[in-house]
Structures are given as C-alpha cells and as structure tokens.
Write a protein that binds this ligand. Structure first.
Ligand code: ADP
Ligand code: MG
Length: 231
C-alpha cells in the first residue's frame, strides 16, 4: 500500500483580475506517493504553476482539499502557511532568487536562520559537496554561472530536509547539458534523502526521468493523476 505524501482533491482556482475571471484550475485530483518523482507537463497557461503554488502553500485554492504529508494545507491560516512553506516544502524556481548580498553558504542557511532552526553544518556541507559547489561557499551569486546559482538554490531548498520538493521549470534558464546535469543532481539527492519530487517542465527528456508524467490541459490533469494505491 502506498503512502501518499500529496493528496489533492477536486482543486479549483479562479483568479479575478478586474472584470476578467480566469479559471486556472478546473478540478484537479493528484496523488503522489512518498519518494515518487512526478513530472507535470502541459502548454503554457494550463495551470501547472498554479497547482504547484497551491501544493506549496504559496497560494490557496478556491475550492477543494490539499493534504501534504498529513497537513491540511487548504485549511491553514497565514501564519500556519508561512511555517508550512518554510519547513515542509522546498521550492526550486526557474529564477534562482538568491540574495545578491549574501555568499553561497549564507544563501543556503538563510531560511534556516530565518526559522530559528539550528544549522546542521555537516549536512549543508554534504549538500554542497553533492552539488559540486563546496569550493564556492564564500563566493557571491554574481560570481557564479547559471548552473552553479541553480545548484545553490537546490541546496537551499533541501537544507531544511523537507518531505516534498516542488520545482517549477527549474532548468528553464539553463542550456541543455547543464539542465540535465542539474536535474540529475536534484533527482539523486531527493532519492537519497527519501524526498518526494514534483517537477514542472517543458523538457520531455527531463520528464522522461520521472516515475510518472501527468499532463495538464485547461486546468485539468488529463489522466493518471490518481494511481491505484496498491500498484
Ligand atoms: P502555467 O504554469 O501552466 O503556464 P499558470 O498556472 O501560470 O499556467 O496559469 C494558469 C492560468 O491562470 C493562466 O491563464 C494565467 O494567466 C492565469 N493566472 C495565473 N496566475 C494568475 C494571477 N495571479 N492572476 C490572474 N490570473 C492568473
Ligand atoms: Mg508556469
């Protein structure tokens, strides 16, 4: 029997921008098992980022439920969501969002410090070594290549040991070779740490690395969003 880390049921999201109403999600059901790697593909505007944001507590659904690792995310208030985002999920975005004034090491431990969490220096070292950036720890983001900056962002996302890693076009700004290298590292680390990984990508080579590919269209998952728990 699978243990579900993500159970999203009947999710809808309606954005109201002035007079215009956009239905970004039109009833999404998605279950993801512990340790699974799921790739989400689909055309621009199909709702991929909206879904990821809701799973990660960056946005709230209009209706439906989201249980992540036993937490009822859709029912959380602002304070609970802030803690959830910081402690339970690791985000990797297309933009690296590093703090330009902080060196590599400080960028990685910044969320831990913000949370008042004790910093497991040996674990951070291990992450930097696995990501081949241990010799860059004192460098500033502007001194790094795109691939190196994204690997710093990966280390930052993993430093809190979240159960769930959410990546939205994580290799969208990288060349093909670097993309595959960075994605391979994300995959290797998430497997080693027993984490569940959901990656939005338009790169079919990257999607092929996943245990399961789901395609979104017009705010829905076309098929395979909820596999049999006993498969
Ligand atoms: P994708 O990531 O698949 O490209 P998104 O989830 O970003 O798609 O967007 C889905 C739809 O929701 C699009 O039509 C988009 O314009 C709309 N949308 C996304 N975010 C907002 C927002 N904050 N306000 C209004 N509309 C939005
Ligand atoms: Mg998107």
């Amino acid at each position: 029997m699978k243990k579900w880390i993500v159970e999203a049921e009947h999710l809808t999201k309606i954005y109201q921008a002035g007079e215009v109403t956009v239905q970004a999600l039109a009833g999404v059901d998605l279950h993801v098992a512990e340790g699974e790697f799921v790739a989400i593909i689909g055309k621009s505007g199909s709702g991929k980022s909206t879904l990821l944001h809701i799973l990660g507590g960056l946005d709230v659904p209009t209706s439906g439920s989201v249980i992540v690792d036993g937490n009822d995310v859709a029912a959380m208030n602002h304070t609970q969501l802030a803690l959830y985002r910081r402690r339970r999920v690791g985000f990797i975005f297309q933009q690296y969002n590093l703090i330009p004034e902080l060196c590599v090491w400080d960028n990685v431990v910044f969320p831990l410090a913000l949370d008042g969490a004790s910093i497991d220096g040996a674990f951070v070292e291990e992450l930097l070594t696995a990501l081949h950036i241990d010799d860059k720890r004192q460098m500033m983001p502007s001194q790094l290549s795109g691939g190196e900056q994204q690997r710093v962002a990966v280390a930052r996302a993993l430093a809190m040991r979240p159960a769930l890693i959410l990546a939205d076009e994580p290799t969208g700004n990288l060349d093909t070779i670097t993309s595959h290298e960075v994605m391979g590292l994300i995959r290797t680390l998430s497997t080693k740490l027993g984490q569940t990984l959901i990656v939005v990508t338009h790169d079919l080579d990257i999607a092929q690395l996943a245990d399961r590919i789901v395609e979104m269209r017009d705010g829905r998952i076309l098929k395979g969003g909820v596999p049999d728990a006993c498969e």
